[in-house]
Design a protein around this ligand. Structure first.
Ligand code: ADP
Ligand code: MG
Length: 339
């Protein structure tokens, strides 16, 4: 019959977009991860209408070489993965080379980037995956990505978007967590002109906790640390009187990546043991560092789920470190703090 064909690039990108770009927050995640990977020390986000009108991310990172900007928007184009061996020791956040072509397939993107401080850069405009305009432009070192009219050409997807407030909630949640993951980067987030987050970028994680959750919450946090030959833990856990009705204020960071992990959550709760009221959860920001070869991040396209190779060692380290922190303070209950 001979019915098998190879999809053309634009269609392939649109299909990939269905997986990578679920909602505005997914675009924010991909763009911010690229900025982090580029070594940025400031990342400024401007969002309009829950990200459906505009998502703009400006970073002061390494920038993209002018003659490579168009390549960056091609499928499986990445500067981060050189060989299949790299796949098993991934250090950067991105590595699939799928984000930019997927985003550009379902929106109108303007990318301005410069790898140098000479004030010269290149601008590329892509709409629905088609290059509209490309040329030199004056630009500071770094990259400015503006994504407008997300899903304008995929009405079925657009229809599934929730309210502006819901979409903004997902964006804001992600930005809070990536800011907690990278206290050395100064983040700012504006929505429809209102500033929702600003972190100082000093490297002090407690300042980020204060920016995200408020200063009284930051004051009710205790430092946690510990290490084994394979894992190093750092972070903060709340005193047991500061709890939430859900796990949303638990942020787990593995090698700079914000992840979800049942194993880590369980170990944390074990560490509190009976100190937590029933059905209450602590506020936690926990960073786990390890050699990249001990971690498999290639489990799911969103890279949110990971696999650890020495689970028991990690579980015990977390539980014991939390116990040590809560015990060391010879825990004395105080009047309930808000937050
Ligand atoms: P990946 O991050 O998986 O490599 P992307 O599609 O997200 O794939 O990006 C493709 C390439 O474009 C990256 O590998 C990087 O070289 C370049 N790039 C994207 N965003 C930035 C940025 N903000 N700063 C510098 N380079 C960038
Ligand atoms: Mg990327």
């Amino acid at each position: 019959m001979g019915n098998i064909r190879v999809l053309d690039e634009q269609l392939a990108n649109q299909i990939a977009a269905g997986e990578v770009v679920e909602r505005p927050a997914s675009v924010v995640k991909e763009l911010v991860e690229n900025a982090v990977d580029a070594g940025a020390t400031t990342i400024d986000l401007t969002i309009e209408e829950g990200g459906l009108n505009l998502i703009r991310v400006i970073d002061n990172g390494a920038g993209i070489e002018p003659d490579e900007i168009e390549t960056a928007f091609q499928r499986h184009a990445t500067s981060k993965l050189l060989s299949s061996a790299d796949l098993f020791r991934i250090a950067s956040l991105g590595f699939r080379g799928e984000a930019l072509p997927s985003i550009a397939a379902v929106s109108r993107v303007t990318c301005i980037s410069s790898p140098t401080k000479d004030g010269l850069g290149k601008q590329l405009v892509i709409e629905g995956g088609t290059v509209q305009q490309s040329g030199p432009v004056s630009a500071p070192q770094g990259t400015e990505m503006s994504v407008r009219d997300l899903f304008y050409n995929t009405p079925a997807r657009l229809k599934y978007m929730k309210s502006i407030q819901t979409e903004l909630g997902h964006i804001s949640d992600y930005v809070n967590r990536i800011a907690l993951a990278h206290p050395g980067i100064a983040f700012s987030l504006k929505h429809n002109g209102n500033e929702l987050l600003r972190t100082p970028g000093t490297g002090d994680r407690l300042q980020v906790i204060a920016a995200v959750y408020g200063t009284s919450t930051a004051k009710a946090m205790l430092p946690v640390e510990g290490e084994t030959p394979d894992y190093v833990l750092t972070g903060y856990v709340s005193k047991p009187e500061l709890t939430r009705a859900n796990r949303n204020a638990i942020t787990v960071i593995v090698n700079g990546r914000y992840i979800r992990s049942f194993l880590v959550n369980q170990a944390l709760l074990q560490g509190y043991h009976t100190l937590l009221p029933i059905n209450r959860f602590p506020l936690v920001t926990l960073e786990i560092a390890m050699h990249p070869s001990l971690l498999d991040v290639n489990v799911h396209p969103s890279k949110m789920e990971v696999r650890f190779s020495k689970e028991t060692e990690l579980r015990e380290l977390i539980e014991q470190s939390v116990k040590k922190t809560l015990g060391r303070d010879r825990y004395i209950p105080e009047p309930a703090a808000s937050g």
